[in-house]
Design a protein. Structure first.
Length: 344
């Protein structure tokens, strides 16, 4: 693909809407000057915000929409009210029509997934998409999926996710053969349910050239960074994600309380406050903002709805990298090498 990357933005999505999306886009464009945007939303609100951002000069085309999806809308309700006309749908539609290379939204996750599946469809051989996120580890970061797209799974879906997660890891981490582990209740081969054990057998026996199957990993391996890609089903993955986010906040609260008990602790905290802040942010998976919807005929990135402009910019950065390095081609090439019994 060419150097130019165009990102379509659901400018009305999220807790803060345009007041986060526009400055977030500006921050991201400062890092990627070749990037342009299609912004979908209320032009009366967007135009002055865009005009006030010199970093976006000549880089934004506003597409006016009057319908936006609320954060608490049910997916079915969102599709009925917003299909074809909401800022979220039209941002996705721009990817389908080839006008944009990727779409980013901070809006309702369920609605975004439902609209993406209807508008873009899933890749050939992929029954269900997955949401992948970047997870902080002591080694750096890992790709973890699925963190909430679907509940329940079978062996074929686990293998598909292993392949798609490895494709993402190849781009993000710039490694030819990412290591992949299946999240399980133990590392022994006899442990786990039948779906996990069958997926393990397929990955072990197939020995795919573009991923290295490590074996089973446990919950404590997530933070260790034992593998580049951790695969699990959406129920477990979402609980793990929310637990890690809560633990990061809990530790931050403990530190603040401990450092305010005595005068000497307060003085110590004053000098070490930046280190404590960095620790808290490092431990929180949400800091690497942006969940990648894998398995669709197009690139869609979900930003956390409560993120500030810098957080939204991180999601735009991720969209840029996925598009710039042709995630779709990488996934298709790897799926082509996967046995039909595992990818059909």
């Amino acid at each position: 693909m060419s150097q130019r990357v165009c990102i379509s933005l659901d400018a009305m999505g999220g807790d803060h809407g345009p007041t986060t999306v526009v400055p977030g886009a500006a921050i991201a464009r400062e890092r990627h000057p070749e990037m342009t945007f299609l912004m979908f939303g209320d032009e009366a609100i967007l135009a002055p915000l865009v005009a006030a951002e010199p970093r976006l000069k000549g880089a934004v085309e506003i597409r006016h929409t009057t319908v936006s999806i609320a954060m608490d809308d049910k997916p079915s309700q969102a599709v009925r009210s917003g299909r074809g006309k909401s800022s979220m749908w039209r941002a996705i539609q721009a990817v389908k029509d080839g006008e944009a290379d990727a779409a980013v939204s901070a809006g309702n996750t369920g609605a975004l997934m439902a609209m993406s599946k209807i508008c873009l469809k899933t890749l050939a051989g992929i029954e269900r998409p997955a949401i992948a996120c970047l997870w902080p580890t002591v080694r750096g970061e890992s790709v973890v999926l699925d963190v909430g797209a679907t509940i329940g799974t079978d062996a074929e879906h686990l293998v598909e996710m292993a392949v798609m997660g490895a494709a993402m890891a190849r781009i993000v981490f710039d490694i030819d053969r990412p290591t992949v582990g299946l999240l399980n209740v133990g590392t022994e081969e006899m442990k786990g349910n039948e779906a996990v054990k069958e997926a393990a057998r397929t990955l072990r026996e197939t020995d795919l050239p573009n991923l290295a199957y490590h074996g089973f990993v446990e919950g404590n391996d997530l933070g260790k960074g034992t593998v580049d890609v951790v695969v699990t089903e959406g129920f477990t993955g979402n609980i793990a994600l929310k637990t890690a986010e809560g633990t990061a906040k809990q530790i931050g609260s403990y530190l603040r309380a401990a450092m305010s008990r005595t005068l000497s602790a307060k003085i110590g905290y004053f000098f070490a406050r930046h280190a404590f802040k960095a620790l808290r942010e490092k431990m929180n998976p949400s800091r690497a903002n942006g969940g990648v919807f894998l398995g669709l005929e197009g690139i869609v990135i979900k930003s956390h709805g409560s993120e500030d402009a810098h957080g939204f910019a991180a999601a735009v950065d991720l969209a840029h990298d996925m598009a710039r390095h042709d995630l779709m081609r990488t996934i298709r090439d790897m799926l082509d090498l996967t046995p039909a019994t595992a990818s059909s």
